[in-house]
Design a protein around this ligand. Structure first.
Ligand code: FAD
Length: 392
């Protein structure tokens, strides 16, 4: 039988950070993962360049049943702390937009950095290992992992959420939570493309692949970023962001020319360029195929000189206030994250410990804290992992 101070289940962003910090404090640490390689989501993140943090991280960038829960961890481990770690490893990075930091070269550098740090503090990593049993003992926990019995004083669940099951995502953390009576806030796919019904898709068929800068709203929440028409509905950063707030049965409103008074633009064009086709005028502010689609479906096929105010107003509405009801999302198959998770009311916000079960911890995406798109989810993984690593 092998004994460790700390066993971490999940060699992802949060688990590796926790292992590094626990190891630095002199704890013996074993990290177990059923995948072939550690940090697979880090490797594919940010289009292979890993958007590893966001310099503008604030509690308001996170969703949770208890929005205050994340504040403590986010204050204790900040984007600047992770940047300092990245700099120590001479990994070149750049800000892409809106505080989002990416590696210049490859996300693999972040995985290599974490593995190097783990090795430096003596944390062990066991891959392709499944945990088939967990039991409490007077000293902590006993696990059967890869057929071997291992024990620990502190057990950390860092096995992530349900997104991208193809990459090994499981609901394991929620199962362990249920086993120990820890409540779980209902989970759902988030940062995920939204889908339309077949008849709408048929009407939008020619637009698949068209991208536009848009302001997308659901209720009072709005995001202004790029949006993309797909063969199934809509995607792109603005849609992924709003997907975390949208609920089945609800509408989203899309402004495809934010900051432009489209009615005024059309009226002005009627005055000065009456011989232009409506689609041509709309293509000043929209991609050509989208401009064409809006003009044709709006019944504006002639010159703009022939369009009355009512028609121009309708067209302006189609551009600036397109209200559409998605039928669903692409689901966990393509969702970047899982909304919901282990109920934060059951956890200590400073340490991530389960208040009612001494020695048990949940960190990272498994917890009911979900960031916006833009490096916030990794910052939560680093921060919650770091805090837990100080406590185990
Ligand atoms: P994970 O990184 O998911 O790690 C969990 C680990 O646990 C995995 O290694 C898994 O194999 C292991 N595991 C699962 N179940 C078991 C089990 N039963 N037994 C043993 N091991 C198990 N966020 C950003 O901030 N910036 C980005 O650029 C970004 N890009 C993304 C791109 C994609 C395509 C996806 C899917 C996500 C992206 N995210 C991004 C989100 C980010 O990857 C996650 O929020 C983050 O990885 C969560 O870290 P974690 O350590 O909690 O979980």
């Amino acid at each position: 039988m092998e004994n460790y101070d700390v066993i971490v289940i999940g060699a992802g962003a949060a688990g590796m950070m926790c292992a590094i910090e626990a190891g630095r404090r002199g704890r013996s640490v074993l990290v177990i993962d059923h995948a072939k390689a550690p940090g697979e989501k880090i490797r594919i993140s940010g289009g292979g360049r890993c958007n590893f943090t966001n310099t503008r991280t604030e509690p308001k960038n996170f969703l949770s049943a208890n929005p205050k829960f994340a504040i403590s961890a986010l204050r204790r481990y900040r984007p600047t702390d992770f940047i300092a770690l990245v700099d120590r490893h001479h990994i070149a990075w750049h800000e892409k937009t809106l505080g989002q930091l990416f590696c210049d070269d490859s996300a693999r550098q972040i995985v290599a950095m974490l593995l190097e740090e783990m090795e430096a503090v003596g944390a062990q990593l066991r891959l392709e290992t499944s945990v088939t049993a967990i039991d409490r003992t007077p000293e902590g926990f006993r696990l059967i992992a890869g057929g071997r019995t291992v024990t620990c004083t502190s057990l950390v669940l860092a096995s992530g959420g349900k997104s991208i099951p193809k990459m090994g995502a499981t609901g394991f953390a929620y199962e362990v939570a249920a086993k120990y009576g820890v409540p779980v806030v209902e989970t759902r796919p988030a940062l995920v493309p939204l889908t339309f019904d077949v008849s709408l898709l048929e009407r939008l068929r020619t637009l698949a692949g068209v991208a536009v800068d848009a302001r997308v709203s659901s209720g009072k929440t709005r995001f202004e970023e790029a949006m993309l028409f797909t063969h199934r509905g809509v995607s792109g950063p603005a849609i992924l962001q709003i997907s975390s707030y949208w609920r089945e049965g609800g509408e989203i409103e899309i402004d495809m020319a934010p900051g432009t008074d489209v009615f005024e633009l059309l009226r002005e064009a009627r005055r000065t360029s009456g011989k232009q086709a409506v689609a041509t005028v709309l293509s000043r502010i929209l991609p050509k195929s989208l401009a064409n689609h809006i003009a044709v479906t709006g019944g504006a096929v002639g010159n703009i000189a022939d369009a009355n105010d009512a028609l121009l107003r309708r067209l302006a509405g189609s551009v600036s206030a397109w209200r559409v009801k998605p039928v669903g999302s692409e689901g966990y198959r393509t969702a970047e994250v899982t909304l919901g998770g282990v109920d934060t009311d059951a956890l200590d916000s400073r340490t991530m410990a389960v208040k009612a079960v001494p020695g048990l911890y949940f960190i990272g995406e498994a917890v009911d804290v979900t960031g916006w798109l833009g490096g916030y989810n990794f910052q939560w993984a680093w921060a919650s992992g770091w805090c837990c690593g100080q406590a185990v």
